[in-house]
Write a protein that binds this ligand. Structure first.
Ligand SMILES: [Zn+2]
Ligand SMILES: [Zn+2]
Length: 182
């Protein structure tokens, strides 16, 4: 990287990693980590190959709020630290991982609520913009959703009872699916 603002940015991330490493009782651990940003992530924020300390974060995090990037970085680094401290035994987001997140000052959540990713994760944005169509029966309140309006759908329950089973169709914003880290 020859852009000076880039190297400053990376130095900032590295000093965060160094700070957590000390808190985790692994001083210097940041030197064993390799951080890269990938444009391949669409909704997921990051991944970590714990055994070799390879952390990959979504490139879009660089343009989002700093807190989000920091949490995602800590999340993945904690996976690597769990491996360094406890080996392969612990569950990915188990007790050991949660403890390291708390020590670093984060609420140990395996997933970041979708609402915080709005406007940050490009794929999530299009998903929301697309929305869904809810087909609801006004008689028994049964409902089905679809990506498009399906005018031929009828309420099967109500039809069995001799009614016409017509549904009321409304459009709502896309599902706020919680986004992912691993
Ligand atoms: Zn019905
Ligand atoms: Zn994870």
């Amino acid at each position: 990287m020859c852009d000076p603002s880039d190297s400053k940015f990376e130095a900032g991330l590295n000093s965060q990693l160094a700070g957590w490493s000390v808190l985790w009782g692994l001083p210097g651990f940041e030197k064993r980590l390799e951080l890269t940003f990938s444009r391949r992530f669409r909704i997921s924020l990051g991944r970590c190959a714990s055994a070799v300390g390879e952390i990959r974060l979504a490139a879009f995090l660089r343009e989002g709020p700093a807190e989000l990037l920091t949490e995602a970085l800590c999340h993945e680094a904690a996976h690597a630290a769990v491996h360094a401290l406890h080996g392969r035994g612990p569950k990915p987001h188990g007790r050991e991982w949660k403890e390291l997140m708390r020590v670093a000052g984060f609420e140990p959540r395996a997933r970041i609520p979708a609402i915080l990713l709005e406007g940050v994760a490009p794929a999530l944005q299009t998903e929301r913009a697309r929305g869904v169509w809810v087909h609801r029966c006004p008689v028994c309140h049964a409902s089905r959703t679809a990506r498009t309006r399906v005018s031929r759908w009828r309420c099967s329950n109500c039809r069995k009872n001799g009614l016409d089973g017509r549904l009321i169709v409304t459009r709502v914003d896309g599902p706020a699916s919680a986004e992912g880290m691993s």
